[in-house]
Design a protein around this ligand. Structure first.
Ligand code: FAD
Length: 305
């Protein structure tokens, strides 16, 4: 047993990111998935279907950072690699575990070069560093968006672990934004809107284009700060990191802090009035013009297909 992976799940369902994390973790060995949840059974059943999963271990406990950390700590000595997503949960749990086990974690891994060598971004994604980790146990977090999802079609065994993990923290409530669009972090097509979209109503146009293309919708910080788009749409250094096959950037200048979140995009299509804007310069294809003229035409053409 060499890799333990903390399942990424939310609201009682396994997140699509977990299949990507399994693909990453599989590069290091056979993967056991740990599910810590008040009702882990349905999440574990989904996790067991992912190709490359050796077994699923469940712990029934409220999902607080303390219970998850304690569960991982209980299992850690069995594994060479203890891994999680570089998501908000991973960022909460892995440093706690690192302190308890006295291990230096390697975070935000985007490429695995060997059993001890990992690539991770630094300076807000402006450079990549190679880290060699010679510790007996590795504590790692992966950026799910940097890896292709593992296939499904497995029936891994599910083991229930009876741990009495305690937590001084109490789960009170989760406030969620309901959305029927794909998850930003794992979507294949993402459309980002900038502050020049001008209003929340303007973003409805971007959402309409998103629906036509089956794309997730995001925004720049300037658009979020202006109140045109919700907080959890923010893409960038202080927002979400995306790695879609196609990123459509609408009225976005391409500030460094925004670019830090889109470096994994395979192709970039920019719509902007300014041919000199940094995003137009790095785009694979750019349309120079007014978004309010181009977007309705684009939607009309796509609806005709
Ligand atoms: P602008 O820079 O104002 O660009 C607007 C663009 O729209 C221009 O290129 C313009 O030519 C174009 N335009 C105008 N009108 C039209 C039109 N009608 N049709 C088509 N194009 C048009 N930003 C992020 O996005 N994510 C982050 O995570 C983030 N983190 C930050 C962290 C820190 C510590 C700081 C200091 C800043 C951060 N920022 C972040 C903010 C960042 O520096 C930029 O201010 C922001 O990204 C700019 O957003 P924008 O492109 O929407 O706006």
């Amino acid at each position: 047993m060499s890799v333990l992976l903390l399942a990424d799940h939310d609201n009682g369902a396994l997140s699509p990111a977990t299949a990507r994390l399994v693909a990453a973790a599989s590069e290091l060995g056979a993967v056991d998935i740990l599910v810590v949840a008040e009702n882990p059974a349905p999440i574990a059943a989904e996790a067991a279907k992912i190709a490359g999963v050796h077994q699923v271990i469940t712990v029934t406990a409220p999902e607080t950072a303390e219970t998850i950390t304690n569960s991982l700590e209980n299992l850690a000595q069995r594994y060479r690699n203890v891994t999680a997503s570089a998501s908000s949960v991973g960022k909460d749990v892995i440093p706690r575990l690192a302190a308890k086990l006295d291990i230096q974690p390697v975070t935000d891994i985007v490429e695995i070069l060997g059993p001890n060598r990992f690539t991770r971004p630094i300076y807000a994604g402006n450079a990549l560093e190679t880290v060699e980790d010679r510790q007996a146990t590795h504590l790692l977090t992966f950026r799910a968006s940097a890896f292709r999802p593992a296939a499904s079609g497995n029936d891994a065994p599910i083991e229930t672990l009876d741990l009495s993990v305690t937590s001084a923290a109490r789960f009170l409530a989760a406030h969620r934004t309901d959305s029927d669009t794909p998850d930003l972090a794992t979507a294949q097509i993402v459309i980002g809107g900038g502050v020049s979209v001008g209003s929340a109503e303007g973003f409805q146009l971007i959402e309409k284009l998103g629906k036509t293309l089956g794309a997730a919708v995001g925004a720049t910080r300037a658009a979020v700060d202006a109140g045109y788009a919700p907080n959890d749409w923010q893409i960038g250094q202080t927002g979400k990191i995306i790695a879609p096959d196609l990123y459509i950037a609408i009225g976005i200048s391409g500030a460094l802090q925004h670019l830090a979140g889109i470096q994994g995009a395979k192709k970039i299509f920019a719509i902007n009035t300014d041919p000199e804007s940094p995003l137009v310069k790095i785009a694979d294809v750019a349309l120079i013009g007014d978004l309010f003229e181009i977007i309705p035409q684009l939607i009309a053409e796509l609806e005709r297909l």
